[in-house]
Design a protein around this ligand. Sequence first.
Ligand SMILES: [Zn+2]
Length: 292
Amino acid sequence: MSATPLTVYLPFNRDAIGQEFEPAKGAKDTPAQEGQWILVQEQGLVLPAGDGVQLPAGPMPKGLVDHAGAPFWLGTWKGVPVWTAAVPKGVPLPDGYRRETLVPMQNTKLPDDLLSLGGMAMQALWWESTSGHCPRCGEATTRIANEWGKKCARCHYEHYPHLHPATITLIHDGDRCLLARKAIWAPGRYALVAGFVDNGESFEGCVRREVKEEVGVDVTDIEYVGSQNWPFPSQIMVGFLARYAGGEIAVDKEELEDARWFPRDQIPGTPSRHSIAGFIINHYARKERTKA
Ligand SMILES: [Zn+2]
């Protein structure tokens, strides 16, 4: 019996930074506006030019001061304040700076700790850009003390950063598993079945519904594997294994181009070390090997 690990060390999960990060939200005093900078432009981090992956340090880089959005303090990493700000699309970077993508599918070169810090910053910036007004009455909101949440001055509605839960499932049947592909994907790419949790739905209910809707089969023995925070812009991906229980493959042609069974040792493409999908596939392979 293989136990599911208590902590999933995937990039974008805060666990990947370990104990070295203290979030700003509960702190009494805001430090001076310098330290390390998570400057986000078009899902990438602004870094000093060269091959290194160090964050800009000191005050905000000259040349961006007039262009970046209002900076705010994200937290303290390894004892140094980390500040974040959005750099609008199209703003040219000053000499001596470059941009490195945060997107795993674009072959990011960032290490896991910077992906996780960058992901938190992206979500915080997204929240700032979408929470300035009350979603009920439209009045301007103010920050709730020691929280990321915002409160409406008029109707007192409080809201907190919105994470959108989605399930992602590997359907297996002994030594084979069922994968699906979208027409827009690169030829040969197949992936797990994923979808957003609906109102009133449990994670298990979401798995059963998404699998039935997208590929037409029934599943049982739904087993939680792990989860990953996915900041593009604000999902939490919850990973499962589900055992095939019957039915013929019937592909939802609005969503997918094809779905088919693959032998366990012939899953197309190498699972990415960055994604929960790879984590789930590896978990399944390990489990099957243990059985054999
Ligand atoms: Zn309101």
